[in-house]
Design a protein around this ligand. Structure first.
Ligand code: ATP
Ligand code: MG
Length: 345
């Protein structure tokens, strides 16, 4: 059995990091047909854990994220797109899994540690936020998912999930299924940097190029990208490592697109020229801009269609959620039976 589950927090629209880190693998899996069940979750309840004071932001972005999925080609006939908070079984599972995790274990999670710092939660961490890795374990195991296409910031969550699965099965008997992260093959895509070159591209950090950005916005963002601060004059030797423009070219270009939009035959050739001096930042940025535009134009067009057909999007979410609830309810029954709290069965 191959059951796939993955998702995104509706804390903003989806960006290039989501695409290369996870959406691309989802599309490949979807088109390969090599799966039995496929679920994509819009994690609104998780989004609330660090945005509880701004529920409107979460609510508004549920539809935006759904439209992003459909615009990149997620097919609702093959994939169940659902809303996390509408599947209350997930919250119930979380409660039982909490017994299997210690506070010190949660504190060791490197992704959570990093996010606590970013969100200034150092002094007082909301319990809901602190526990989100447990709720993520509920999301994955509720569907008995074994494949989870994600970026590498999610590896600690997968590890935590598998620890919960092992503990549960050891204590209560074989019930839950272990899962595996599916990372993008391209190392840079596993954690795409933001346009500032500092941290990962992330909705919360404002360093994103969104799949829905206009041509003008993409142009402005590409022109403002971090390159090599010592590459001042065109003749200067330039550094390719840590240079965001080249990182993105590594992920988004092909030999064909390099030939189409530059005077080079390959990205290697272009990099060599940059390293030896004589190739300016504006030139490399224009190449990247054109390549991104070719990628984003059809996505933007599909987006327009769904923006004008919101009822169709809502129906897709309703159907997907119904199917998700059915599956999660079956797992919850198994879980309660294993713990022997199925009193009236
Ligand atoms: P937030 O800032 O609210 O956490 P985010 O931009 O980190 O938002 P998430 O919804 O947390 O996005 O992540 C959804 C999925 O996208 C996860 O699988 C995550 O690994 C992946 N992802 C997010 N950002 C990147 C990135 N920069 N590179 C690769 N994958 C990413
Ligand atoms: Mg995140």
């Amino acid at each position: 059995m191959n059951i796939i589950l993955t998702g995104d927090r509706p804390t903003g629209k989806l960006h290039l990091g989501h695409y290369v880190g996870s959406l691309k693998n989802r599309l490949e899996l979807q088109n390969s047909g090599n799966y039995d069940k496929f679920y994509i979750m819009i994690a609104d309840a998780q989004g609330l854990t660090d945005n509880f004071d701004n529920p409107k932001k979460i609510k508004d972005n549920v539809l935006e994220v759904a439209i992003d999925y459909l615009s990149v080609g997620i097919d609702p006939n093959k994939v169940n797109i659902f809303i996390q908070s509408e599947v209350s079984e997930l919250t119930e599972l979380t409660f039982y899994y909490m017994n299997l995790v210690t506070v010190s274990r949660l504190k060791r999670n490197p992704t959570v540690k990093n996010e606590i710092k970013q969100k200034n939660f150092d002094k007082s961490i909301p319990v809901g936020f602190f526990c989100y890795p447990i709720s993520q374990a509920a999301d994955i195991t509720a569907f008995k998912a074994n494949i989870v296409p994600v970026g590498d910031d999610q590896l600690p969550m997968i590890e935590q999930t598998n620890e919960i699965v092992s503990s549960f099965n050891r204590i209560y008997g074989e019930t839950l299924v272990l899962c595996k992260a599916m990372l993008p093959a391209n190392k840079i895509a596993q954690r795409l940097k933001g346009i500032d070159g500092k941290a990962k591209m992330s909705k919360s950090l404002g360093n994103c190029i969104y799949l829905s950005d206009s041509s003008e916005e993409v142009y402005k963002k590409v022109m403002s990208m971090y390159t090599d601060p010592n590459h001042v004059k065109v003749e200067d030797k330039g550094k390719v490592e840590g240079n965001v423009v080249f990182m993105y070219l590594d992920v988004f270009s092909t030999d064909d697109s390099i030939k189409k939009y530059s005077d080079y035959n390959s990205l290697e050739e272009m990099k060599n020229h940059y390293k030896h001096g004589g190739l300016g930042d504006v030139k490399i940025k224009k190449v990247l801009y054109n390549i991104l535009e070719e990628f984003l134009t059809p996505i933007r067009e599909k987006r327009k269609y769904y923006e004008n057909n919101i009822d169709e999007v809502k129906n897709i979410l309703k159907n997907g959620t119904k199917n998700a609830r059915y599956a999660a309810n079956n797992t919850l029954k198994d879980v309660k039976k294993a713990i022997s709290i199925n009193y009236f069965e």
